[in-house]
Design a binder for this molecule. Structure first.
Ligand code: NDP
Ligand code: MG
Length: 421
């Protein structure tokens, strides 16, 4: 699909309509790794995009600086005290209206003036606003994979009903989106596709022994060899739970069974994922490991826009490697697969237990090897039910958090309720 500069097709309940001029973007999680990269891309294209709303949890200095630079219509702070502070800091400096709490978040995610929502809040906290954006038929730039893992059925159904286009921002899913054939609607289809090959860097412990992995510290777990990311996803990459969550994410996004998704470890993180076709062709998307590429793709789609990313130098790279994942040293991958096979709320339970275990690990409460143990014990204790509504999913999430916290305490530590960045 071709569009003139500044005019992009936008989904609405009534189909595709042309929208001229600047696209208004709500950046949820603006202070995080994805949020900052999103603002970097937006700043490169002031004629095409405006950061219309920003949202964060409780950090104030970064949102204040972002408000001064981008002059958004709204800034939302999840924490009401942080909202008060931000309001005071910005008084007389810019006209940004500061909102607080989940209502503020939902308001900007579904506001009539918003064209696109970057869902980049970390963890289950991102689900209500992501769902609100889908229900409002927005162009949904989906980084918050936890929403799909927890409530994939609800989120995909809401997007379909409201005509929201979901553009995957997770680099692997963005790559798959780019390599799949376009269906009639312009959305990715599956015609002629035999398999999806989801690449994984293997994380910082790819070549470590099981004993060394068990003794890993938070600093070591967060030192990803290729990507600079928030602390939670960095630990998920180290346990390979990230790849397990991404397997589930791929199944919802592209409507495929887990058996059609193969995970391939590729330590260089240059091939972001691949699609294999029945005729033996394999299409891949390559690029330097810089999240501004999938972010720019999501913002500009179906056009291509400059992302500020250095061009790929294949000669300098010279070699790319591929190997099978090791589910013995990295049991989280198996646990995510089992949760996907169990279906229902098992995936929400897996996600919640993982969030509690990772938070405890980052706070120094449990060791690295206890993360999969806490998740496995929680999955065995909390029964899976049909995720018929957001309430059912949230109840499963709460139950799993309670059970996981109990197992964390039993492992010799206590989770840090405030978490840690
Ligand atoms: P960060 O930890 O860097 O940033 C998290 C953002 O979420 C911050 O803006 C934070 O605000 C905000 N936040 C945290 N808790 C809440 C809450 N309860 N309510 C509202 N806002 C909240 O995370 P990343 O940017 O690394 O990741 C964001 C999402 O994108 C995750 O779901 C991750 O899996 C996904 N993703 C990230 C990738 C990456 O390269 N980083 C790659 C692919 C996917 P504050 O600063 O105030 O705490
Ligand atoms: Mg990814």
């Amino acid at each position: 699909m071709q569009c003139s500069p500044g005019i992009c097709p936008r989904p609405s309940a009534g189909g595709l309509v042309a929208v001229a001029g600047v696209q208004q973007v709500a950046v949820l999680g603006s202070t995080g790794s994805i949020g900052v990269s999103t603002l970097d891309v937006i700043a490169r294209h002031p004629q095409q995009f405006r950061a219309w709303a920003l949202a964060a949890n409780r950090s104030v200095d970064t949102p204040a600086a972002q408000c001064r630079e981008f002059q958004p219509r709204y800034a939302v702070m999840m924490d009401p005290d942080a909202a008060d502070t931000l309001r005071a800091v910005l008084a007389g400096e810019c006209d940004t209206e500061v909102l607080a709490g989940p209502e503020g978040l939902q308001q900007v995610a579904s506001h009539a003036e918003v064209d696109a929502v970057m869902a980049a809040i970390v963890g289950a906290a991102g689900l209500p606003s992501t769902l609100a954006a889908a229900e409002a038929g927005k162009r949904l730039l989906l980084a918050n994979k936890e929403s799909l893992v927890m409530a994939g059925h609800l989120l995909m159904a809401a997007a379909r009903k409201a005509g929201a286009v979901i553009l995957p921002i997770d680099s692997e899913h963005n790559a798959i989106f780019q390599c799949l054939p376009a269906a009639q609607s312009g959305a990715p289809g599956l015609e002629g596709v035999s398999k999806i090959l989801l690449t994984a860097s293997g994380g910082p412990f790819r070549s470590w022994s099981a004993d060394a992995i068990a003794a890993a510290t938070p600093a070591q777990a967060c030192a990803h060899p290729n990507w600079s990311m928030g602390r939670k996803i960095s630990v998920d990459s180290a346990t390979l739970m990230n790849k397990g969550l991404e397997l589930i994410e791929a199944c919802w996004l592209f409507d495929v069974a887990p058996s059609r998704v193969e995970i391939v470890v590729h330590p260089e993180s240059i091939v972001h994922s691949l699609v294999q076709y029945v005729d033996g062709s394999v299409l891949a998307q390559l690029g330097n490991p810089d999240m501004r590429t999938p972010i720019a793709y999501g913002l500009g789609w179906p056009q291509r826009i400059d992302a500020g990313v250095a061009p790929l130098d294949l000669v300098a790279l010279s070699r790319l490697h591929f190997e099978a994942p090791d589910e013995t040293r990295f049991p989280c991958l198996r646990l995510a697969r089992e949760a996907a096979a169990a279906g229902g709320t098992a995936m929400a339970v897996c996600n919640a237990a993982n969030e509690i275990a990772v938070e405890a690990f980052l706070a120094g409460g449990i060791g690295f090897a206890a993360i999969p143990r806490v998740i496995e014990a929680t999955l065995s204790a909390v029964p899976s039910v049909e995720p018929t509504s957001l309430g059912v999913v949230e109840a499963a999430d709460r139950d799993a958090r309670d059970v996981a916290a109990w197992h964390v305490a039993r492992s010799g530590g206590r989770p840090n309720p405030g978490g840690e960045k």
